[in-house]
Structure formats: C-alpha cells, structure tokens
Design a protein around this ligand. Structure first.
Ligand code: OGA
Ligand code: MN
Length: 353
C-alpha cells in the first residue's frame, strides 16, 4: 500500500484564513492588534509544521498493469488476506470491468480468506455436481478443487492433468456464474498454463457476414461433458446436438454490468444453433470458434504459487494446457452467482449511423 502525505483540511483552512485576513487588514489595525495577529499566525505555522509531519493520512492505492493487449491485468500493492478499504474495492471492480481478468500475485490466503475476498463480488455459487458426488473440501463446500492429485487413488479435485478445451463455465444452466477465481496452491514447473479470450473483442471484430448470420440467434449449451471431456454425473452420451440437454442462450449477449455486446459461445462440443440444419449450424459454429479463439484475443497465464486469478465468465472464454501427470497442480476455486443472460439489442441510433 502506498502512503501519501496529505495536509489535513483544517490546517489548510487555518493557514488560508491567516494569510487572507492578515494580508487584507494589516493597515487598519493597531500595533497591538498587529502583534496579536502575528502571534496567532506564527502559532498556526508552528502548529502546522509538526502536525503535518506526524499526522499522515493514508491514501490507499493499487497499481494496475495490463498483461496482454486483449485482456488481463495485474493488480499489485494489495494484500487480500484482510478487509479492504472501499476505495480499493471500487478500484478493483473498475479494473475488472475494463480488463476482464485480474491477476493478484503473492497471495498466500487461507480458505476463509479466499471466501471473504470472493464474496466481495457477489453471492457464492457452490460447485456444480462433481463426478464423485460430494464436495472436495468437506469443511468449505463452497470451494471447488481443481487438481490432478490423487490420495489413495481418489482424486482430490476436478479436471485431471489433460487439456481443458475452450469454454465458459456452466453456461448449460439458465443463470451461469458471473465470475470465478482460481487460487494456485501448487503448480507444475511448466505446463498447465491457462488462457483467456476476450469475447467483446471477438464480437466487435467479427466479419459483417457472420454478425448478420448470428443476429437474433440462440444456441444450445450442452450439459453433458465438462471441459476435460468427463461426462457429468447423471448424463448420457449425446448423439444429436439438436437433442442435447442444457440451456439455450443468445449468441450475442448484453453484458449486464457494462452493457457491451459479447459473443457467447459456451463450448463447442454438442453446441447447436437453434433453427438451422445441423450442417449449417456446425459450419457456422466452426467459423465463430475459429475467430473467437484467435491468439490476438487471448492472454496466457503461466502460474506461480499464490497467484489468484479472477475472471468475468460472461465476456471471456478460457482453456488450459495439459501438463506432466507426475507433478502436482492444486487450485482452490470459487464461483460467484450470475443473473439471467440477455440478448444484445443494437440501439437504433447505432444501426442508422
Ligand atoms: C476452471 C477451469 C482451468 C485451469 O476452473 O473453470 O477451467 O487452469 N480451470 O485449471
Ligand atoms: Mn472452466
């Protein structure tokens, strides 16, 4: 936290009064009054000097450094283990709206501290059903564990060591999470990098013919598989994406906080654009995915222990590289509840211009 020296306002006032009136009336007063004024003025200065040196008002401030041209910023100068000043929380939220993915390095947090920080962004959204039917952390069921580690042959977390394909979290439900956080407790020396892509940018740069093709369209967001390709509990294989179980969402959404238009793709597997033939839908989805995941729209995270990453789940996609199965990777993860997903309605003015 940076400290700035600031004069307290009432010392400013005293100094201002003394300067203004002392200067203005000095010719109309007696020598005695002049002496008194001089003494008062001198007193003010004497009081002001030691007090302003001792009484330092702390002006909390953080530093935001962009991590990639498309999205992502590093937030430094803040420790997340204790209660944060409101001004800092506001700065963090503004940076989050602007950069979509925020990284905080060197955050050695306990689980309750991770939960407390997560709650600043809304109500927690406990993990969806995991393949083993119970929370990974019995004491903190709101926390999910992302890990390849097995204890006595039983996984301590989700997603294993393989690649996790591009996706947005839990868009197969009507109200997908607004945000998620990963807190790195153990990371491989290399591999297992995570990538995020900016879906505002993907929409804005979409060729006009593709924009026209998806206007007003919705897609099915299949619930069957997670991003590591593991079938979710209670699901059965999908042979026809038109029949896939899961919510339908507009392909272009209005971000509820920023009001900006974002491409909303969910995940590619078993996706289907409602009202098209399967062939048309597959061809269009392939084009949209190829565009949305171009490297220039992405940020790559090479993890260090005690990194904490917060992302916006409505205007980004993410994926993860595979890594060496013999090394351990352990992340504690929280998720924040989101509201309904709305279609983006271009304003009539924007269309006319
Ligand atoms: C997730 C996720 C990727 C990773 O937690 O939602 O996709 O890097 N994680 O572990
Ligand atoms: Mn994910």
């Amino acid at each position: 936290m940076r400290q700035e020296k600031r004069f307290r306002p009432h010392y400013f006032l005293l100094t201002w009064h003394a300067g203004e009136h002392g200067g203005g009336y000095v010719f109309d007063i007696t020598i005695c009054q002049l002496y008194i004024m001089c003494i008062i003025t001198a007193g003010c200065y004497i009081c002001t000097i030691p007090l302003t040196e001792k009484e330092v008002v702390t002006m909390p401030s953080i530093t935001i450094t962009p991590l990639a041209p498309a999205l992502g910023a590093e937030v430094s100068g803040v420790h997340l283990h204790s209660a944060l000043d409101n001004a800092i929380i506001t700065e963090i939220k503004q940076a989050w709206d602007k950069f979509l993915v925020l990284r905080f390095r060197g955050q050695s947090l306990t689980d309750p501290q991770l939960l407390a920080f997560s709650r600043l962004f809304g109500e927690l959204d406990p993990p969806g059903p995991n393949p083993y039917g119970k929370p990974f952390l019995e004491e903190f069921p709101e926390i999910n564990v992302i890990s390849n580690v097995k204890v006595d042959g039983v996984p301590i977390g989700n997603l294993g060591d393989g690649e996790a394909v591009w996706h947005c979290d839990m868009t197969y439900v009507a109200n997908p999470p607004r945000a998620a956080m990963l807190h790195a407790l153990d990371v491989p020396p290399s591999g297992g990098d995570t990538f995020w892509a900016n879906m505002y940018l993907a929409f804005e740069t979409l060729p006009a013919n593709l924009k026209a093709k998806i206007e007003g369209r919705r897609a099915i967001h299949d619930a069957t598989y997670n991003s590591a390709g593991v079938m979710r509990k209670g699901m059965k294989d999908v042979t026809d994406p038109r029949e896939a179980p899961g919510a339908q969402h507009p392909l272009v959404i209005r971000h509820p906080d920023t009001g900006r238009a974002a491409l909303f793709l969910g995940r590619r597997r078993n996706s289907y654009i409602v009202g098209m033939t399967l062939e048309e839908s597959n061809a269009l989805l392939d084009e949209l995915w190829a565009h949305a995941t171009k490297p220039e729209f992405t940020f790559r995270q090479e993890w260090r222990c005690d990194d904490l990453i917060l992302w916006d789940n409505r205007c980004t996609l993410h994926r993860r590289d595979a890594f060496d199965p013999t090394v351990s990777r352990i992340m504690h993860r929280t998720q924040i509840k989101g509201g309904p997903i709305e279609a983006f309605q271009p304003s009539p003015l924007a269309e006319a211009s």
